[in-house]
Ligand binder design. Structure first.
Ligand code: MN
Length: 193
């Protein structure tokens, strides 16, 4: 996909009204994208995905993201997804992997703020070391978020924590207050029909 080639596509459409994918990346933007997909599978969760080296690195977050720096949200790593998945909203048939309804809860671009010993490092290195920090420019979520790996026995889990910056807001509950799709405005129930 040529970056910036979707300018005409995006300008012709109002993604609050059409179910078509916005593809996340803004016109002419060189910045990587993120997406958070609300997934009503056997158990409701939020799939947090960051574009890194041409794929979407992915974590499943049972409680979804918080805007309160005091909250530590469990983030279980899942398989890389293709970039095109960022626009996916619809129903995965029952019995298929991840069967259930998916909507694009938030999307936008992000900046890598990851440092090691005071030096900026690329995302892939941060992920290998088990710590990244990103600045989200979404519609619902903005500001810094840290993802940090920890071990639970043999398994690996991560925590997603809001950075204490100007975009932090403990009084907000974004998951409950703003449940619908940023692409279509639909709720899970409406997408599943
Ligand atoms: Mn999922």
């Amino acid at each position: 996909m040529t970056r910036g080639s979707l300018k005409d596509y995006q300008e012709k459409r109002d993604f609050r009204r059409t179910p078509e994918p916005a593809a996340g990346r803004g016109p002419g933007s060189q910045e990587p994208i993120f997406v958070i997909q609300k997934h009503a599978a056997r158990r409701l969760h939020y799939d947090f995905r960051l574009e890194v080296d041409g794929v979407l690195k992915s974590w499943a977050i049972p409680k979804g993201p918080s805007t309160d720096p005091q909250d530590k949200r469990l983030a279980v790593p899942t398989e890389d997804h293709p970039l095109e998945y960022a626009g996916f909203e619809g129903v995965i048939p029952a019995g298929e992997y991840g069967g259930g309804t998916v909507l694009v809860w938030d999307t936008g671009t992000y900046r890598n703020l990851t440092k090691k010993k005071g030096q900026a490092i690329p995302m892939d290195q941060g992920l290998a070391h088990g710590h990244v920090k990103v600045w989200l420019e979404g519609r619902k979520l903005k500001g810094g978020y840290a993802l940090t790996r920890f071990k639970t026995g043999k398994d690996e889990s991560w925590l997603l924590i809001k950075t204490d910056d100007a975009e932090a807001d403990p009084s907000r509950n974004p998951v409950a207050d703003d449940p619908g799709s940023v692409l279509s405005g639909r709720t899970i129930e409406e997408v599943s029909r």
